[in-house]
Ligand binder design. Sequence first.
Ligand code: ZN
Length: 493
Amino acid sequence: MENKLFIYNTLTRKKELFQPLHPNRVGLYVCGPTVYGDPHLGHARPAITFDILFRYLLHIGYKVRYVRNITDVGHLVNDADFGEDKIAKKAKLEDLEPMEVTQFYLNRYRQAMDALNVLPPSIEPHASGHIIEQIQLVKDILAKEYAYESEGSVYFDVEKYNKAYNYGILSGRNIEDMLNTTRELEGQKEKRNPVDFALWKKASPEHIMRWSSPWSDGFPGWHLECTAMSKKYLGEEFDIHGGGMDLIFPHHECEIAQSVASTGHETVRYWMHNNMITVNGQKMGKSLGNFINLEELFTGAHSLLTQSYDPMTIRFFILQAHYRSTVDFSNEALQASEKGLSRLLEACDSIEQLKANVTVSVIHPEELISKSFEAMNDDLNTPMVISYLFEAVRIINSALAGQIQLTAENIKQLKAFFQIFLFDLLGIKNVLKEGNASFEAFSKAVDLLLQVRLQAKQNKDWATSDKIRNELTALGFEIKDTKDGFEWKIKTT
Ligand code: ZN
């Protein structure tokens, strides 16, 4: 297949033509959610970014194995290699099994992703279901002597690794700077070097989520799961690894170190990272009070929100920025997106009313299609695609106003343009049409009842006729008999 997709590779810091290892298959791994809290805005952006990539790769003909993990092994409260397990802490507080906590939040995550029309990945492996693979990986790294055991825990030897390879290759950090800025923290005395990270941690007596291993009863380090599971499902070398920019260091840097230390070579060909979301210009954080859950956005139940937002508005809003730019959430910006999306959907619905009235084309919607493919090929430039969709809106509105004439082919192309780009690739659900479809069915049912009443009247069956009229009135309908039959509307108070 002819492939012109260029993607920005964080590893080489440039846009590269995407060339998969296999001519028509793509292996894609994306760091998935940690399931010990409600899904929030920070979950929406990587999910939507890599959903666009997934949809586009499928559209241009690749068979894609998309793996997105679920981090359900209790990691530690302060993200350092010591402290309390977050899941166990919640389980203890709410008197639940740790797996009840993770399942509860996983269900909520999946509901939110479904509302955002994010396609489910091909495989969603749980970290807790791959402890054997993670233990094996620790053994492999120990065998290559890039890790050491210390008091029941196993640490990665960053300094030794850096002598043979390059620790910092992805993030651009160098080990001297890291050494200078890493604080000596309590509980780290068992490490040879403060920059070393845990592959396996011995569990303290109160730690609930624990597994037996050759070193201790304990649990794997956070970075280990992605290396072990990507290898299991995508192999020792695969095409694309994605995630948020906040994962570049330490998570992805450590993933590279673990893979290279265990296999002797790089695993990932293209690293892709989406930028972050800010709220009213500020970084999102629990302590700042600007931490907005997706459910709060969908219902409007947050002090920073002046209204609720449809999940499609959120999706559209995120896609109006390039995935490598920051996105700033504010009510004004979301309301502008809501208006913009309605304009697109209304124009798309009115394509049905367009009439072909010329045979020679004066406008060229097919150019919008080819330019939109070029935009997608340019590192998934969704804001550019959206600007072309608005060009199509102008064409449709001018045609409706009688200012330009269209051919049958023009109308077909406009329809195809919206179908491919707005619905299939950007993954917007047509909320107008779905709303209209159910209202249409509802209207037909009311008409049917009133037809039955009309017939009853003609048959002088007053009991049936009155019953239908009275009960519909009680339900809030206003019914008027007319010369030709009836009219009805829903009473507005
Ligand atoms: Zn990961």
